[in-house]
Design a protein around this ligand. Structure first.
Ligand SMILES: [Zn+2]
Length: 234
């Protein structure tokens, strides 16, 4: 049969596909990906928290300056010679002092709430750093384990690839290229037999025009599953 060699190739390639799938679906590979994104998220969060802390510090600085101005004004009044003041002026002074004291109380409250926000940001930052460090440690472990998984199968992969290379030299280059393209797209198995009027891969009934085409060329691409359907009669 025309497709004997490429089918032999695919049979051997299925061993390689199995190894690749086991590696990719293995716990270590999955955890490496997951932990890497945890690390990235923690890093982004810590950058945001740092910015927030900077803003809060600037705000605290501003409020402290305002407090100082109010205090200085208050001290100025306290050092005034009130003995020579008339009643009206004294009253004005008293009102002004009250106002300054009120301002100071408001500013101090604002300062307390800013300090609380700052503490929350710092606590969050420390937690985020801890999360990052834990993820990094676990990531390193998993990455090493994944690399060990890789090296365990390296020899078998090499042997299979060598045999595949040898086989490919006796296969029609057009079919070989089409096969390799599909294989690169993670389609497997690439080649499936025609079953009556149906695609052997996805069991979709092939349109008449496709069947005619298949009879003429011996091989077509299934519009549904993108596999290469071959006619076993050829
Ligand atoms: Zn199909």
């Amino acid at each position: 049969m025309k497709f004997d060699k490429i089918l032999e190739y695919q049979k051997l390639d299925s061993e390689l596909f199995k190894i690749e799938r086991q590696l990719n679906e293995g716990a270590n590979k999955k955890m490496v990906g997951e932990l890497h994104s945890n690390m990235k998220n923690a890093q982004e969060r810590s950058v945001k928290l740092e910015e927030k802390a900077k803003d809060l510090l600037a705000e605290i600085d501003k409020v402290k300056k305002q407090c100082k101005i109010q205090e200085e004004k208050l001290n100025e009044f306290l050092s005034m010679d009130i003995e020579n003041m008339n009643k009206n002026d004294l009253e004005k002074l008293e009102n002004f002092k009250d106002k300054l004291n009120q301002n100071l109380t408001i500013l101090e409250k604002h300062l307390t709430s800013l300090a609380e926000s700052m503490n929350a940001v710092l606590a969050d930052f420390n937690k985020t750093i801890k999360i990052f460090n834990n993820a990094r440690d676990e990531y390193t472990k998993r990455k090493n384990a994944y690399e060990a998984d890789l090296s365990k199968v390296e020899k078998s992969k090499e042997e299979i690839n060598k045999k595949l290379d040898q086989l490919s030299s006796s296969i029609d280059s057009e079919i070989m290229d089409a096969y390799k393209k599909k294989r690169g797209e993670k389609v497997f198995p690439v080649l499936v037999p025609l079953k009556g009027k149906f695609c052997g891969g996805c069991n979709t009934e092939l349109p008449l025009a496709t069947l005619t085409n298949l009879n003429e060329h011996g091989i077509i691409t299934c519009e549904h599953c993108r596999r290469l359907v071959y006619n076993t009669q050829q």
